[in-house]
Ligand binder design. Sequence first.
Ligand code: GLV
Length: 328
Amino acid sequence: MSKPNILVARAVFPEVIAHLQQHFEVHANQADETWSKAQLMDKLRGMDGAFTTGGDRIDAEVLAACPTLKICANMAVGYNNFDIDAMTAAGVLATNAPDVLTETTADFGFALLMATARRITESEHYLRAGKWTKWSFDMFAGSDIHGSTLGVLGMGRIGQGIAKRGAYGFGMKVIYHNRSRLDAALEAECKASYVSKDELLRTADHVVLVLPYSPASHHTIGAAELALMKPTATLVNIARGGIVDDAALAAALRDRRIAAAGLDVFEGEPQVHPDLLTVPNVVLTPHIASATVPTRMAMAMLAADNLIGFFKEKRPLTPLNPAVLATK
Ligand code: GLV
């Protein structure tokens, strides 16, 4: 029997390609070309499966053009690049890559929070520019992490990891808001108290966003929400672009309506709102929260193992629309 054809839409570790090649006819993009939607549709024609990343949009138009496709395995925990309803309607399985990145991403969320509150990149730019000529009492004075109030918006696995780092590592008071409240045991484990979104925004010294993107979470933080925050507060977004209204945030930072922000994700990335590039009180990183070598390897291997599990035994590890499996 001929091997299934798999498209790997972006470059990935050679070990992962070799792993896939044991089971599939692999069509890899190791040159890491970034394809337009039309190019992706063209490359997907005749494919049985796809290894995708968060930038590869799979929607009804793509699915209609690629009727042989049976599964898309995302090398990301977030899957807002998938139209899950359209995939289910087309009988195409979707999988993501949860859990393996939780602690790494929580580490990064905390690093970005600390860099933001303690003005680390802003002060480094100052030093590199040769502007540091003398000590002064308030030079790059920021805000404290220890003993302050941490507000986590979106209390999934990564949010819980950030809450625990804050509570156990830095003696922070942790408050959170989520679509559904955690059970009492998990709240106690995270030392976190449930509050309304408005209360969180009003009382937190540091707000960290870790909620999934969907049309319902679009611009969860806009001008009105920023106006609720303390002028001394910091905001960190490691979730997805589009959860924050970047133009409104840039204006709030410029006018010092909040103290600072740390952003790993952006509306329309890899483009960054030009106003964010001109304000000094923002730390900007290029969507790297899960980027350690072992974690990226684990994410890629999980995506590959989802493809292998699906084609070998109809048992993918982390299906998002498992109802599709019943029809196979
Ligand atoms: C990264 O953003 C992911 O969703 O894994």
